[in-house]
Design a protein around this ligand. Structure first.
Ligand code: AMP
Length: 292
């Protein structure tokens, strides 16, 4: 495994792999890796002979007052984990390599950023698309793997690829969880032991929602109300949003029927955590399905 810091080094290594007839896979990350990231690496290696991982805490996707400066970093540990997992190339650029000057061209997203995290973190998804588009042009992967944990991001990236004809296949990996259900996240590092215990309320509220729907509840408002009550009953946490949306345009639904995503963002102490569950509801039949 090689770790490179410049765009020209990435291009050179990837071209060499391609000349050997290898399919190129790519997993973008912000580092401080956990088993969720590594599960995406496994998917990448199943689909491509040459696997590239980027580690870059992208400043353009953080808003003012968000956690860009204190975002956790551990490059040595990341490197070891990726090497163990059979990654071929790590791209870990400095900010100046990715943004040598202020970018004057920006993304604007229609509809898909109107709900969920979009209005609460304006600038976030445009910043994500900017860096992902740049990374796709740098790495030129055949396949790129993203986590369903960041469900809205996944759907927005898939749409960018379709709208702009990027020649890359987008693959989604399921959310990897701790044994008690908490979705793995680099931001879990912000939690004190007490907050860590409380943070399970996100997953528990999603399971409660699923149980209600399995029991025949079809009103989104009722399900959200039950989740809200459960979370508000937990000290030290506060809800940013809980929404149930369709999978096409991510618009809130009233009646629970067809394919829907239940998504929430909750502050637990200093950490803003997100989670989601995607369900297909057909008559009495309720099942969890992948987002893509
Ligand atoms: P991040 O480093 O948080 O930007 O995440 C990099 C990639 O890992 C994104 O595609 C995330 O959706 C994915 N990811 C983050 N957490 C998880 C998880 N618990 N399970 C699966 N994928 C994840």
């Amino acid at each position: 495994m090689e770790v490179v810091r410049t765009i020209s080094d990435v291009r050179q290594r990837v071209s060499a792999a391609r000349r050997e007839g290898k399919r190129v896979g790519f997993v973008p990350t912000m580092g401080y890796l956990h088993e969720g990231h590594l599960s995406l690496v496994d998917l990448c290696r199943e689909r491509a002979e040459y696997c590239v991982v980027s580690i870059f805490v992208n400043p353009t996707q953080f808003g003012p007052g968000e956690d860009y400066e204190r975002y956790p970093r551990d490059p040595e540990r990341d490197r070891r984990l990726l090497e163990e997992r059979g990654v071929d190339l790590v791209f870990a650029p400095e900010v100046g390599e990715m943004y040598p000057e202020e970018p004057l061209v920006r993304f604007r997203i229609e509809k898909l950023a109107d709900h969920l995290c979009g209005p609460r973190r304006t600038g976030h998804f445009p910043g994500v698309l900017l860096v992902v588009a740049k990374l796709f042009h740098i790495v030129q992967p055949d396949v790129a793997v993203f986590g369903q944990k960041d469900f809205q991001q996944l759907l927005i990236i898939r749409r960018m690829v379709r709208d702009l004809n990027f020649p890359v296949e987008i693959v989604a990996g399921p959310t990897v969880r701790e044994p008690d259900g908490l979705a793995m996240s680099s931001r879990n590092a912000y939690l004190s032991p007490e907050e860590r215990a409380r943070a399970t309320v996100l997953y528990r509220s999603l399971q409660r929602a699923k149980a209600l729907i399995e029991g025949g509840e079809r009103s989104a408002r009722s399900v959200i109300g039950a989740m809200r009550a459960m979370i508000e009953g937990t000290p030290g946490v506060h809800i940013d949003y809980i929404e149930i949306v369709d999978l096409e345009e991510l618009r809130p639904v009233e009646r629970l029927e067809g394919r829907v995503a239940i998504a929430l963002a909750v502050y637990v102490g200093p950490a803003r955590l997100i989670d989601n569950l995607v369900l297909e509801i057909r008559g009495d039949d309720v099942r969890e399905i992948p987002a893509l």
